[in-house]
Design a protein around this ligand. Structure first.
Ligand SMILES: NC(=O)c1ccc[n+]([C@@H]2O[C@H](COP(=O)([O-])OP(=O)(O)OC[C@H]3O[C@@H](n4cnc5c(N)ncnc54)[C@H](OP(=O)(O)O)[C@@H]3O)[C@@H](O)[C@H]2O)c1
Length: 81
């Protein structure tokens, strides 16, 4: 089902880092959380749109998720290298 608007939490992690380019390659419009400029730049290079929002800020998340259709959950509470 190509052409979905997909928001990926944990899109810069080990699993999400594979999911984001795969979703873009499949023709979806992908957005993902980015917690640093480096991660935001990486998402842009994959063809995704970075969103700067905290998982712990319900208002910012609600705004970021307003337009999406699917949420593959890939975030963890761990710290990625
Ligand atoms: N890797 C596996 O083989 C595997 C297998 C089974 C299940 N899982 C589960 O799948 C999930 C993801 O695993 P992973 O290996 O991809 O983990 P990971 O490499 O540690 O990536 C975690 C992702 O979550 C983000 N994140 C962490 N805390 C956050 C916060 N407070 N707000 C916003 N984003 C936050 C990280 O962002 P930053 O990049 O900014 O740090 C990163 O994108 C975990 O729940 C893990 O237990 C993993």
């Amino acid at each position: 089902m190509p052409g979905l608007l997909v928001f990926v939490t944990g899109g810069t992690g080990a699993l999400g880092g594979h999911a984001v380019p795969a979703l873009v390659s499949a023709g979806h419009q992908v957005s993902a959380l980015a917690r640093s400029r480096v991660k935001a730049d990486w998402l842009r290079r994959q063809g995704a749109t970075p969103v700067e929002a905290s998982l712990f800020d319900p208002g910012a998340l609600a705004e970021a998720l307003r337009w999406v259709a699917r949420i593959p959950r890939r975030a963890s509470s761990g710290i990625a290298p």
